[in-house]
Design a protein around this ligand. Structure first.
Ligand SMILES: [Zn+2]
Ligand SMILES: [Zn+2]
Length: 423
């Protein structure tokens, strides 16, 4: 996959890591546009080495701090700067809008990482930038709790300390960290979450977590992953608009199965898995809406459009209320996140329902601009979310996600968005 980047985009990352501000500057001034992922990767690599001038240059050139870098280790620039203990870089990123509470793909926050290494200056800088001391990351690690654990580990001699004095100094350090975090924890995690839920209540949307069983659905038009698509009689098999190859059927959602969505018709998703040489985009995704599913017929794919193993929805679960995350950005009409207390804003990172689902809001792994309807300008609604390691396997890389969104008023106004750390 790596060869899909242009050589100069890789080089940009190398120059940024070296801290060569002049070379980065002339690469950016060459008139070629680096893709967002390449800029974010360069930002992350320079942050990881504490190169403030390069970080500032990249931010001024449009690098977005809430995107993940390409490849391993996937992280944001802020987390990279925390690893480097580069206070100036941390502050520059926060000033540029880096979200201090964005959990990384492993569920760790910048503050949890800083707490673990006990760096008081870094912790102070993050708290000043709005990091929440009591945000429970996906692994259940609250920074306040991490500080307690570290303090008792130090006391018990479990941390690298040769002498009694070193042991004591470590225990004192983590006690100071704990005290600092306590000061930063103003309203508490429970209150923060409650306030955020109340503020976002009007944006609640029903979402159905997909529970799937192997095999084609008995009812030929029912919701399923993979297997055979439904096509109008006589219609050609969908082909990729980039490479003209037959596409693969990824999923079908019969909207009426999910009553709370108040929608009808069938949405189908196809993907081209060819690696388009030099394409500056992830593999093509196409979604289409058929209002009258009964008029469609199942079609077995002919090679090379291999089917992915079919899985069907055995029973539609009860819908849950899904709320948007602060990573759904750049639209003041969605929600003005600044109106929330920093701790409540942090808590809202944990609301979006992950995994494969129908309805709700995109559970983004990094900042995401929700597309709009070209007819009415409303934000599109999530119809389907598929995640790497979900029912479709690794089709979106190892940590990617795909979102199919459609206008609630204008059926057929559909957009597909892929978050894939290769692009
Ligand atoms: Zn293609
Ligand atoms: Zn519309």
């Amino acid at each position: 996959m790596r060869d899909k980047w242009e050589p100069w985009e890789y080089e940009l990352g190398d120059l940024a890591e070296k801290g060569d501000v002049d070379a980065v500057s002339s690469a950016l001034a060459s008139g070629r546009n680096a893709r967002s992922r390449a800029l974010a990767t360069a930002l992350c690599r320079s942050a990881n080495h504490g190169h403030l001038p390069v970080v500032e240059l990249l931010l001024a050139s449009g690098a977005r701090p809430n995107l993940l870098r390409q490849g391993d280790p996937t992280m944001t620039a802020l987390v990279a700067a925390v690893h480097a203990r580069a206070i100036g870089v941390i502050e520059a990123l926060l000033r540029a809008g880096a979200d201090p509470n964005q959990p990384d793909p492993h569920g760790h926050t910048a503050l949890a990482i800083a707490t673990s290494s006990g760096d008081l200056d870094v912790i102070e800088a993050l708290l000043r930038g709005g990091a929440a001391a009591n945000l429970e990351a996906s692994k259940g690690e609250r920074p306040t709790r991490i500080a307690q654990i570290r303090q008792s580990e130090a006391t018990a001699g479990l941390l690298a300390a040769k002498t009694e004095d070193e042991k004591l100094a470590l225990a004192e350090k983590y006690a100071a960290v704990g005290a600092l975090l306590k000061k930063g924890d103003q309203i508490g995690a429970t209150t923060a979450a409650k306030r955020a839920k109340a503020a976002l209540a009007a944006l609640g949307r029903p979402a159905y977590a997909l529970k799937l069983a192997k095999g084609e659905a008995a009812d030929p038009s029912a919701t399923q992953i993979g297997g055979e698509p439904l096509l109008p009689p006589g219609a050609p098999w969908p082909v990729c608009r980039v490479c003209a190859a037959p596409m693969m059927h990824l999923a079908r959602v019969r909207l009426g199965d999910f009553e709370a969505l108040g929608a009808s018709g069938v949405v189908q998703l196809f993907e081209c898995r060819h690696l388009h040489a030099n394409a500056r985009a992830p593999a093509e995704l196409v979604a289409e809406h058929h209002e009258d599913g009964a008029r469609l017929e199942r079609r077995a794919p002919s090679p090379p459009a291999r089917p992915i193993p079919p899985q069907h929805v055995k029973q539609v679960p009860k819908p849950k209320v899904d709320l948007p995350s602060p990573l759904l950005v750049s639209d003041p009409r969605l929600f003005d996140w600044k109106t929330l207390h920093a701790e409540s804003r942090a808590a809202a990172h944990l609301f979006a329902i992950g995994g494969d689902k129908v309805g709700g809001w995109p559970a983004a792994s990094e900042e995401l601009v929700v597309p709009r309807c070209p007819d009415c300008d409303e934000l599109l609604s999530l119809r389907l979310q598929l995640v790497a390691k979900g029912a479709t396997g690794f089709v979106f890389g190892s940590r990617g996600r795909a979102f199919v969104l459609e206008c609630r008023t204008h059926a057929g106004r559909i957009a597909c968005v892929v978050q894939h750390d290769d692009w």
